[in-house]
Design a binder for this molecule. Structure first.
Ligand code: HEM
Length: 194
Protein backbone atom coordinates (compact mmCIF):
# COMPACT_ATOMS: atom_id res chain seq x y z
CA UNK A 1 0.00 0.00 0.00
CA UNK A 2 2.68 2.53 1.03
CA UNK A 3 5.61 1.17 -0.93
CA UNK A 4 6.08 0.76 -4.67
CA UNK A 5 6.01 -2.70 -6.17
CA UNK A 6 7.30 -3.99 -9.49
CA UNK A 7 4.18 -2.82 -11.28
CA UNK A 8 2.44 -0.27 -9.06
CA UNK A 9 3.23 2.96 -7.24
CA UNK A 10 2.56 3.07 -3.49
CA UNK A 11 0.83 5.88 -1.61
CA UNK A 12 4.06 7.67 -0.70
CA UNK A 13 5.29 7.93 -4.31
CA UNK A 14 1.82 8.83 -5.59
CA UNK A 15 1.32 11.62 -3.03
CA UNK A 16 4.80 13.05 -3.58
CA UNK A 17 4.46 12.92 -7.37
CA UNK A 18 1.12 14.75 -7.46
CA UNK A 19 2.19 17.22 -4.78
CA UNK A 20 5.22 18.09 -6.92
CA UNK A 21 3.05 18.30 -10.03
CA UNK A 22 0.86 20.90 -8.28
CA UNK A 23 3.59 22.85 -6.53
CA UNK A 24 6.03 23.31 -9.45
CA UNK A 25 3.67 25.23 -11.80
CA UNK A 26 2.30 27.20 -8.82
CA UNK A 27 5.81 28.22 -7.68
CA UNK A 28 6.73 29.12 -11.27
CA UNK A 29 3.67 31.37 -11.64
CA UNK A 30 4.28 32.92 -8.21
CA UNK A 31 7.92 33.60 -9.10
CA UNK A 32 7.07 35.30 -12.39
CA UNK A 33 4.36 37.38 -10.70
CA UNK A 34 6.39 38.47 -7.68
CA UNK A 35 9.40 39.78 -9.64
CA UNK A 36 7.10 42.30 -11.31
CA UNK A 37 5.67 43.65 -8.04
CA UNK A 38 6.06 47.28 -7.15
CA UNK A 39 7.92 48.11 -3.88
CA UNK A 40 4.70 49.48 -2.37
CA UNK A 41 2.62 46.43 -3.27
CA UNK A 42 1.17 44.61 -0.22
CA UNK A 43 2.77 41.34 -1.42
CA UNK A 44 6.20 42.78 -2.22
CA UNK A 45 7.81 41.01 0.76
CA UNK A 46 5.25 38.33 1.52
CA UNK A 47 5.29 36.72 -1.95
CA UNK A 48 9.08 36.09 -2.01
CA UNK A 49 8.89 34.75 1.57
CA UNK A 50 6.23 32.25 0.54
CA UNK A 51 8.09 31.40 -2.69
CA UNK A 52 11.31 30.69 -0.77
CA UNK A 53 9.59 28.73 2.00
CA UNK A 54 7.78 26.48 -0.48
CA UNK A 55 10.99 26.13 -2.51
CA UNK A 56 12.88 24.80 0.53
CA UNK A 57 10.03 22.40 1.33
CA UNK A 58 10.01 21.28 -2.32
CA UNK A 59 13.75 20.56 -2.15
CA UNK A 60 13.23 18.45 1.00
CA UNK A 61 10.26 16.66 -0.58
CA UNK A 62 12.25 15.75 -3.70
CA UNK A 63 15.18 14.61 -1.55
CA UNK A 64 12.85 12.37 0.43
CA UNK A 65 11.26 11.09 -2.81
CA UNK A 66 14.63 10.14 -4.27
CA UNK A 67 15.70 8.40 -1.05
CA UNK A 68 12.37 6.59 -0.90
CA UNK A 69 12.76 5.55 -4.52
CA UNK A 70 16.23 4.21 -3.73
CA UNK A 71 14.88 2.20 -0.80
CA UNK A 72 11.95 0.59 -2.58
CA UNK A 73 11.36 -1.27 -5.81
CA UNK A 74 10.81 0.91 -8.86
CA UNK A 75 7.87 -0.12 -11.03
CA UNK A 76 8.94 -1.55 -14.38
CA UNK A 77 7.93 0.46 -17.45
CA UNK A 78 4.73 -0.84 -18.99
CA UNK A 79 5.57 -3.84 -21.17
CA UNK A 80 3.83 -2.24 -24.18
CA UNK A 81 6.47 0.55 -24.31
CA UNK A 82 9.06 0.30 -27.07
CA UNK A 83 12.75 0.22 -26.15
CA UNK A 84 13.05 3.85 -27.24
CA UNK A 85 10.09 4.92 -25.06
CA UNK A 86 11.53 3.12 -22.04
CA UNK A 87 14.90 4.86 -22.41
CA UNK A 88 13.26 8.23 -23.15
CA UNK A 89 11.02 8.03 -20.07
CA UNK A 90 13.94 7.02 -17.86
CA UNK A 91 16.07 9.92 -19.12
CA UNK A 92 13.12 12.30 -18.68
CA UNK A 93 12.49 11.22 -15.08
CA UNK A 94 16.16 11.53 -14.12
CA UNK A 95 16.35 14.96 -15.80
CA UNK A 96 13.21 16.09 -13.97
CA UNK A 97 14.79 15.14 -10.64
CA UNK A 98 18.07 16.88 -11.55
CA UNK A 99 16.18 20.01 -12.60
CA UNK A 100 14.11 20.01 -9.40
CA UNK A 101 17.33 19.97 -7.36
CA UNK A 102 19.06 22.51 -9.58
CA UNK A 103 16.14 24.98 -9.60
CA UNK A 104 15.70 24.89 -5.83
CA UNK A 105 19.47 25.07 -5.19
CA UNK A 106 19.93 28.06 -7.51
CA UNK A 107 16.99 29.77 -5.76
CA UNK A 108 18.75 29.17 -2.44
CA UNK A 109 21.93 30.79 -3.83
CA UNK A 110 20.00 33.94 -4.82
CA UNK A 111 18.50 34.32 -1.36
CA UNK A 112 21.66 33.61 0.60
CA UNK A 113 23.99 35.79 -1.55
CA UNK A 114 23.92 38.56 1.07
CA UNK A 115 24.49 36.15 3.96
CA UNK A 116 20.92 36.04 5.22
CA UNK A 117 19.32 32.74 6.18
CA UNK A 118 15.94 31.65 4.80
CA UNK A 119 12.98 31.40 7.18
CA UNK A 120 10.55 28.65 6.27
CA UNK A 121 7.06 29.83 7.29
CA UNK A 122 8.53 30.86 10.65
CA UNK A 123 9.09 27.18 11.49
CA UNK A 124 12.85 26.91 10.99
CA UNK A 125 15.76 28.76 9.39
CA UNK A 126 18.03 27.47 6.64
CA UNK A 127 21.44 29.08 7.15
CA UNK A 128 23.31 30.81 4.33
CA UNK A 129 26.10 28.32 3.62
CA UNK A 130 27.32 29.81 0.32
CA UNK A 131 27.56 33.55 0.29
CA UNK A 132 29.46 36.46 -1.24
CA UNK A 133 30.54 34.80 -4.52
CA UNK A 134 31.19 37.37 -7.28
CA UNK A 135 27.89 38.51 -8.72
CA UNK A 136 26.20 35.63 -6.90
CA UNK A 137 22.63 36.94 -6.76
CA UNK A 138 22.52 38.01 -10.43
CA UNK A 139 24.14 34.87 -11.81
CA UNK A 140 22.10 32.54 -9.64
CA UNK A 141 18.99 34.51 -10.62
CA UNK A 142 19.63 34.03 -14.34
CA UNK A 143 20.39 30.33 -13.90
CA UNK A 144 17.29 29.93 -11.69
CA UNK A 145 15.02 31.45 -14.35
CA UNK A 146 16.46 29.40 -17.24
CA UNK A 147 16.30 26.15 -15.26
CA UNK A 148 12.77 26.88 -14.03
CA UNK A 149 11.58 27.47 -17.62
CA UNK A 150 13.30 24.23 -18.68
CA UNK A 151 11.73 22.30 -15.79
CA UNK A 152 8.21 23.54 -16.48
CA UNK A 153 8.59 22.89 -20.23
CA UNK A 154 9.94 19.37 -19.71
CA UNK A 155 7.20 18.64 -17.15
CA UNK A 156 4.69 19.82 -19.78
CA UNK A 157 6.11 17.43 -22.38
CA UNK A 158 6.12 14.66 -19.74
CA UNK A 159 2.44 15.33 -18.93
CA UNK A 160 1.51 15.32 -22.64
CA UNK A 161 3.34 11.98 -23.03
CA UNK A 162 1.39 10.56 -20.08
CA UNK A 163 -1.91 11.69 -21.66
CA UNK A 164 -0.85 10.20 -25.01
CA UNK A 165 -0.19 6.87 -23.30
CA UNK A 166 -3.65 7.00 -21.78
CA UNK A 167 -5.79 8.23 -24.66
CA UNK A 168 -3.87 7.08 -27.75
CA UNK A 169 -1.88 3.99 -26.72
CA UNK A 170 -4.49 3.08 -24.08
CA UNK A 171 -1.89 1.53 -21.79
CA UNK A 172 -1.72 1.69 -17.99
CA UNK A 173 1.10 4.24 -17.60
CA UNK A 174 -1.16 7.05 -16.31
CA UNK A 175 -3.53 4.73 -14.43
CA UNK A 176 -0.58 3.41 -12.43
CA UNK A 177 0.35 6.97 -11.46
CA UNK A 178 -3.26 7.52 -10.40
CA UNK A 179 -3.02 4.60 -8.00
CA UNK A 180 -5.06 2.12 -10.02
CA UNK A 181 -3.65 -1.24 -9.03
CA UNK A 182 -2.07 -3.78 -11.36
CA UNK A 183 -4.27 -5.14 -14.10
CA UNK A 184 -5.86 -8.51 -13.59
CA UNK A 185 -3.76 -11.32 -15.06
CA UNK A 186 -5.35 -12.66 -18.25
CA UNK A 187 -7.61 -15.63 -17.55
CA UNK A 188 -5.89 -18.97 -18.01
CA UNK A 189 -7.10 -20.47 -21.29
CA UNK A 190 -9.56 -23.26 -20.72
CA UNK A 191 -8.92 -26.57 -22.35
CA UNK A 192 -11.28 -27.50 -25.09
CA UNK A 193 -13.42 -30.42 -23.95
CA UNK A 194 -12.38 -33.56 -25.69
C1 HEM B 1 6.01 19.52 -12.45
C2 HEM B 1 5.31 18.49 -12.77
C3 HEM B 1 5.79 17.06 -12.77
C4 HEM B 1 6.99 16.52 -12.37
C5 HEM B 1 8.19 17.26 -11.82
C6 HEM B 1 6.91 15.10 -12.58
C7 HEM B 1 7.93 14.20 -12.30
C8 HEM B 1 7.85 12.84 -12.47
C9 HEM B 1 8.90 11.90 -12.16
C10 HEM B 1 10.27 12.29 -11.61
C11 HEM B 1 8.44 10.66 -12.44
C12 HEM B 1 9.19 9.33 -12.26
C13 HEM B 1 8.53 8.45 -11.28
C14 HEM B 1 8.79 8.92 -9.88
O1 HEM B 1 9.91 8.77 -9.43
O2 HEM B 1 7.84 9.42 -9.24
C15 HEM B 1 7.10 10.80 -12.93
C16 HEM B 1 6.30 9.77 -13.32
C17 HEM B 1 5.07 9.93 -13.91
N1 HEM B 1 4.40 11.12 -14.14
FE1 HEM B 1 5.04 12.94 -13.62
N2 HEM B 1 5.68 14.79 -13.10
C18 HEM B 1 4.97 15.96 -13.23
C19 HEM B 1 3.70 16.12 -13.71
C20 HEM B 1 2.93 15.11 -14.24
C21 HEM B 1 1.64 15.27 -14.83
C22 HEM B 1 0.87 16.60 -14.92
C23 HEM B 1 1.24 14.04 -15.26
C24 HEM B 1 -0.03 13.60 -15.95
C25 HEM B 1 -0.76 14.31 -16.77
C26 HEM B 1 2.29 13.10 -14.92
C27 HEM B 1 2.26 11.76 -15.16
C28 HEM B 1 3.21 10.85 -14.77
C29 HEM B 1 3.11 9.41 -14.98
C30 HEM B 1 1.96 8.68 -15.64
C31 HEM B 1 4.28 8.84 -14.45
C32 HEM B 1 4.65 7.35 -14.41
C33 HEM B 1 5.51 7.01 -15.59
C34 HEM B 1 5.92 5.54 -15.56
O3 HEM B 1 5.48 4.79 -14.71
O4 HEM B 1 6.72 5.18 -16.43
N3 HEM B 1 3.30 13.78 -14.31
N4 HEM B 1 6.76 12.13 -12.95
Amino acid sequence: MWRDTEDSYGLVSLSLHWLTALVVPALFALGLWMVGLDYYHAWYRRAPDIHKSIGILLFLTVLFRVLWRGLSLTPWPESSLSGFEQIASRITHITLYLLLFAVTSSGYLISTADGRSIGVFGLFQVPAAVTGLPNQADLAGQVHLILAITLVSLAGVHAIAALKHHFVDRDRTLLRMLGRGPSQPPPTPRRRPT
